[in-house]
Design a binder for this molecule. Structure first.
Ligand SMILES: NC(=O)c1ccc[n+]([C@@H]2O[C@H](COP(=O)([O-])OP(=O)(O)OC[C@H]3O[C@@H](n4cnc5c(N)ncnc54)[C@H](O)[C@@H]3O)[C@@H](O)[C@H]2O)c1
Length: 259
């Protein structure tokens, strides 16, 4: 397998870290890019104990200047690294009915999960084109294809990501660059652990009830999606067999949308 340089936003935690782990085990070089610098450094140190190599970089994906400077920053701080694979994974959640949703929070979710992936694609695509290889993998969500109440900003951002990926797929038809979106149902990460606790409090339920009656209820398979499943799907999208899969939505939802 060709060794790749894989840039993972939000790579210090949860799904991003899980994808990073598999990539490093497969011998790729992973750049853990996260707004939390300390966590990114800790993650890269842990990853470096596996077979491959990893480095860390602090970046806020919605800071246009920081993102535009990344190729130069990477060259200066980590040596020459052309990013072969961009994984747009950074994300946050905010749950509130629209009437009470703070406008700045709405904007922040859109900036992190929709504008950020666009800025990063803009930054790394030219070099991908030049070397005639690139893979852009967005981490969308089951909420890229269905809605849940009180998550208007998240659902809008994640739906938007699919339109973005389709557009870039059309714009990159002339080279070996693909862009796809992974759409998992619930994955047990810090982001979801917080939601379980918050929903239990809000709905006066036990955490176990939140899991079974709210989160896993719409899924015929009644189980969380694992980070390993997502990482293996990302690895498949990086492989030569997936070179003609582009602009697609890969849904890992335990049958949620089969209803
Ligand atoms: N956990 C789930 O059930 C689930 C389901 C579907 C989709 N997702 C999506 O998966 C992605 C990862 O979520 P997770 O559950 O691993 O969350 P997480 O909270 O464990 O990790 C998110 C990471 O993103 C980083 N981050 C936040 N804002 C950033 C910014 N502006 N710039 C750079 N980094 C930033 C955080 O520091 C953190 O390390 C998100 O896009 C989320 O929407 C998660």
């Amino acid at each position: 397998m060709t060794k790749r340089t894989v840039f993972i936003t939000g790579g210090a935690s949860g799904i991003g870290y899980g994808i990073a782990e598999l990539m490093v085990k497969q011998g790729h070089h992973v750049i853990v890019a996260d707004i939390n610098e300390k966590a990114a450094q800790n993650a890269a140190e842990k990853l470096s104990q596996l077979e491959g190599t990893a480095s860390a970089i602090a970046v806020d994906v919605c800071n246009a200047e920081q993102v535009a400077a990344l190729p130069q920053t990477l060259a200066q701080s980590l040596g020459a690294h052309t990013v072969d694979v961009l994984i747009n994974n950074a994300g946050i959640q905010h749950v509130s009915r629209i009437e009470d949703f703070p406008a700045e929070k709405w904007q922040q979710l859109i900036n992190i999960m929709l504008v950020g992936p666009a800025l990063l694609t803009q930054t790394f695509l030219p070099a991908m084109r030049e070397q005639n290889f690139g893979r852009i993998i967005n981490v969308g969500s089951i909420h890229s294809v269905v809605a849940s109440p009180f998550k208007s900003a998240y659902v809008a951002a994640k739906h938007g990501l699919l339109g973005f990926a389709k557009t870039i797929a059309l714009e990159t038809g002339d080279c070996d660059v693909t862009i796809n979106t992974l759409c998992p149902a619930y994955v047990k990460t810090p982001l979801v652990e917080q939601q379980i606790a918050a929903q239990a409090k809000e709905n006066n339920l036990t955490e176990e009830d939140v899991i079974t009656k709210i989160m896993l209820e719409p899924m015929p398979k009644k189980q969380f999606i694992s980070v390993e499943e997502l990482a293996e799907t990302a690895a498949f999208l990086m492989s030569p067999s997936a070179r003609n899969i582009t602009g697609q939505t890969l849904i890992l939802d335990g049958g949620w949308t089969a209803r």
